[in-house]
Design a protein around this ligand. Structure first.
Ligand code: GLA
Length: 402
């Protein structure tokens, strides 16, 4: 008798809870349920700039679905600037009819049919960086349009914003997107000027921390109008120091998209670029022509051991644990208690770079296993520390597991 009553109680409780849940409207969408790990995908800008079209996006989706990228975790196919040409008499955004004869909804459907997600670009100002219509004053209208098109990701730029307050501008669009009820990852592209890491959490899922990346190892070049700057990989890297505490699940620092495979760096520089971005828990947005990659480039972009570090569920961003001239040690704590470690040689000659257990917050006597994530080999176990020979402009990337 007693047993029966105990069994019946949860049933009654559950049915009542079920009834009351059905009577309620669905809970409002929260920003941070999206992008629980750093978003992975592809973006058109670094390689194709303004030459976007439905044929390009479809062929990229075809390639990603079959060349191992989707299987490795790349999800979002994001079309950057220049897809839009005007607004119609009702203020609705209009896609270039020559380049998108089937319309944006059909394109999103196509990308979805390949098991991938679809992303778009707009701008918080009156015009985008390439002079196309921006979303200022049309935020709710555009958000509704994106939701109708089933857009899964919005990159939102900062050109032509005049004296607009960045936090206000991005929070307006964030609220507009959430109000549609359709889940859209929101990528703040404010270039770090207004320190978005201080206010971006809860507004965006990721925020750019710097000016644009360029396909170079080291460079700092002003824009034609004299404003600062386009940066090489290590120049962007330096600007990530100290930002690690602002990143976590649903809210990531974005050191800009990948240049891997675009031709301006050596294969080992690209390997270093990819390793560092993975360790920084950066969004991994490929920016090359993924339809015609050389084998060594595909091997970099689809290295599952390195991607696993990036996607680790603890969601900690890696940080610089030591710097001695051109020799640096970068560390990312992992959910299993291990560490991903990068030994970086920024210099022009080969050198030895080492990490001590103390730098990893491990006691020196602890025996820990070391695995090389690029040669895919176990290197045995060690106490006190580990060092390796690192070629110029290269990394050795390992996991160290107690
Ligand atoms: C800015 C952004 C880039 C790209 C271009 C497009 O420079 O930072 O990533 O989106 O605009 O015009």
């Amino acid at each position: 008798m007693k047993i029966l009553r105990i069994g019946a109680m949860p049933f009654v409780f559950l049915s009542l809870a079920g009834l009351s849940l059905r009577a309620q409207p669905p809970p409002p969408l929260q920003r941070e349920v999206l992008a629980h790990t750093p978003p992975m995908g592809w973006n058109s800008w670094n390689k194709f700039a303004c030459t976007v079209s439905e044929d390009l996006i479809k062929s990229v989706a075809d390639a990603m679905a079959t060349n191992g990228m989707k299987d490795a975790g790349y999800q979002y196919v994001v079309m950057d600037d220049c897809w839009q040409v005007s607004r119609d008499e009702n203020g609705n955004i209009v896609a270039d009819p020559q380049r998108f004869p089937s319309g944006i909804k059909a394109l999103a459907d196509y990308v979805h049919s390949k098991g991938l997600k679809f992303g778009l670009y707009s701008d918080a100002g009156m015009e985008t960086c390439e002079g196309r219509p921006g979303s200022q004053g049309h935020e709710y209208q555009d958000a509704l349009q994106y939701a109708k098109w089933e857009v899964d990701y919005l990159k939102y730029d900062w050109c032509n914003t005049g004296k607009r307050n960045a936090e206000e501008a991005y929070s307006t669009m964030s609220k507009a997107l959430l109000s549609t009820g359709w889940p859209i990852v929101f990528s703040i592209c404010e270039w770090g000027t207004a320190k978005p890491w201080l206010w971006g959490r809860g507004i965006g899922n990721l925020w750019r921390t710097t000016g644009d990346i360029s396909d170079k190892w080291s460079s700092r070049q002003k824009w034609p109008d004299g404003s600062c700057c386009e940066y090489g990989v290590v120049d962007i890297l330096d600007q990530q120091v100290g930002l690690e505490s602002f990143a976590g699940p649903g809210h990531w620092n974005d050191p800009d998209m990948l240049e891997v495979g675009n031709g301006g760096m050596t294969v080992s520089e690209y390997r270093a670029h990819f390793s560092l971005w993975a360790l920084l828990a950066a969004p991994l947005m490929a920016g090359n022509d993924v339809r015609s990659m050389k084998a060594e480039i595909k091997e970099i972009l689809t290295n599952r051991e390195v991607i696993a570090v990036n996607q680790d569920k603890l969601g900690r961003q890696g940080y610089r644990a030591n710097k001695q001239g051109d020799r640096e040690v970068w560390v990312k704590p992992l959910s299993d208690g291990g560490r991903a470690v990068i030994l970086l040689n920024r210099g022009t000659t080969e050198t030895t770079v080492g990490v001590t257990w103390e730098q990893l917050d491990y006691p020196g006597h602890l025996a820990a296993r070391i695995r090389d994530l690029w040669t895919h080999q176990d290197l045995g176990s060690a106490t006190e520390g580990f060092s390796a020979t690192v070629a110029s402009h290269s990394v050795v990337m390992v996991t160290i597991e107690p």
